[in-house]
Design a protein around this ligand. Structure first.
Ligand SMILES: Nc1nc2c(ncn2[C@@H]2O[C@H](COP(=O)(O)OP(=O)(O)OP(=O)(O)O)[C@@H](O)[C@H]2O)c(=O)[nH]1
Ligand SMILES: [Mg+2]
Length: 325
């Protein structure tokens, strides 16, 4: 299961109470104030850990609380600080304040961490002033955790174009392939390994995108967030022209949808895989495509006959190493 969003409630520890205490021994004429301060409440910290890969744990538990500070006591004894509560998330997790959707932190580096709610200050005992100063409560907040896959290459294409077929052909992934649109409904990651060296690239397969996806058509464009961080975009175009569609228009529409989502996506290096070249109709479509997109970096492939797959896989490995610097 791939969990990519979770809502959790976090509460930092309250400060411990400051103590009111007096000490008097003969022959002292007046008592001395000796109430100790309360300890600070623990913080809730979210940290990106390399050995965590999903947000699955947060499906089973949504409430997290750090320890409160201990109360101060007589004889100037300060209460102990409460223990922090540490939550581990996968690198690539964005933390938002659920109340206003503002991003608190984008944890994209391993071991990066952020204090999401701060523990309350401990109360001040009566040792410094005549009266005790009350402790502060710990902050609380509802957080939205959102995981963006971090892959090197992102697959973009219409439903049924053959994205999952391609991913499965070049990697050990088992992304669902079927002859109906939207067979992929959750992002899938695969690893393409070089046969010549130990270099490899990760590829993210996401649900298909259709014209109008930015208005919510199909499964919408929300899955595009998974390719925001990819280094290269691989467009998979259905050259069979399924459902009377035209490959050139498909490509133009895909670009448009990307632009609607975030125009910075279009600045990424692109490779175009012209798939289903085994189908007879593909030849005519190929001519038209090449005529109109003379400068584009295109690869003719067939996931069915496997023609051109290895060449494209090699190009991706090379291109990735060129863009990974
Ligand atoms: N003839 C032919 N069929 C292909 C080729 N590649 C994929 N297909 C078929 O096209 C259909 C869709 O393939 P998928 O890999 O599921 O397509 P997808 O782009 O992942 O589709 P969604 O997940 O729905 O977006 C399946 O029936 C595949 O067998 C190809 O090169 N030639
Ligand atoms: Mg698919």
């Amino acid at each position: 299961m791939f969990v990519d969003r979770s809502k959790i409630q976090v509460k930092a520890g309250d400060g411990g109470k400051g103590c009111e205490s007096f000490y008097q021994r003969r022959p002292m004429r007046y008592p001395i104030r000796d109430g100790g301060d309360g300890g600070k409440g623990g913080d809730v910290i979210v940290k990106a850990a390399s050995n965590v890969h999903t947000l699955l744990d947060f499906r089973y538990r949504q409430h997290f609380k750090a320890e409160s500070g201990k109360h101060g006591s007589s004889n100037l004894k300060k209460g102990k600080n409460g223990k922090d509560c540490l939550l581990l998330v996968p690198p690539g997790t964005i933390i938002r304040d659920a109340a206003n959707n503002h991003i608190i932190r984008d944890l994209d580096k391993i071991d990066e961490q952020v204090i999401v709610v701060k523990g309350g200050k401990g109360g001040i005992g009566n040792n410094k002033k005549k009266i005790t100063i009350p402790e502060c409560p710990g902050q609380e907040m509802t957080l939205l955790l959102e995981l963006k896959l971090i892959a090197d290459i992102g697959l973009i294409g219409y439903p049924n174009a053959g994205k999952s077929s391609f991913l499965n052909a070049v990697s050990g992934a088992k992304s669902k392939v079927a002859a109906f649109p939207f067979s992929t409904i959750k992002p899938v990651l695969g690893v393409l390994k070089s046969k010549l060296s130990d270099s490899h690239v990760t590829i993210a397969d996401i649900p298909g995108i259709v014209e109008g996806a930015h208005q919510g058509k199909g499964l919408g464009i929300e899955f595009l967030r998974h390719i925001e961080r990819t280094k290269v975009l691989l467009f998979v175009i259905d050259m069979a022209g399924t459902d009377q569609r035209n490959p050139l228009e498909d490509y133009a529409n895909l670009l448009q949808e990307l632009q609607h989502y975030d125009r910075r996506l279009l600045k990424k290096p692109q490779i175009i895989a012209l798939n289903k070249m085994d189908v007879p109709e593909a030849e005519a479509n190929l001519k038209e495509f090449k005529h109109n997109k003379k400068k584009a970096d295109v690869f003719e492939i067939s996931c069915k006959s496997k023609k051109g797959i290895e060449k494209l896989a090699d190009a991706l490995l090379t291109m990735f190493s060129e863009n990974s610097g």
